[in-house]
Write a protein that binds this ligand. Structure first.
Ligand code: FES
Length: 104
């Protein structure tokens, strides 16, 4: 398991063990973390799984691909560290990753 740290829109922190191979979105949904609706189920078609990556982690997580970026163009509160969490696959290399779920 890989620990992912989610900061929800109310400012509460959730330390969650996520199975490698699952997405950061799936880890949030399985633990009912507020603010990740994942309306499209991970198809990169809704942007309701938007998160801000802690800047220290940006190089490891990487930038969005063009399709993801075009969905982010429709999201609110987008920053230079925005990603769609359904497009980030958890691996051991992401142990301790911190993401913040912005207000919708
Ligand atoms: S769950 Fe819809 S874009 Fe990620």
């Amino acid at each position: 398991m890989t620990k992912i740290i989610y900061h929800d829109p109310q400012g509460k922190t959730h330390d969650i063990d996520v199975k490698p191979g699952q997405s950061v979105m799936e880890g949030a949904v399985r633990h009912a973390i507020p603010g990740i609706d994942a309306d499209c189920g991970g198809a990169c078609a809704c942007a309701t799984c938007h998160v801000h990556i802690k800047p220290d982690w940006w190089d490891k997580v990487g930038a969005p691909n063009p399709m993801e970026q075009s969905m982010l163009d429709f999201a609110d509160n987008v920053t230079e560290h925005s990603r769609l969490s359904c497009q980030i696959t958890v691996s051991e290399a992401l142990e301790g990753l911190e993401v913040t779920i912005p207000e919708a």
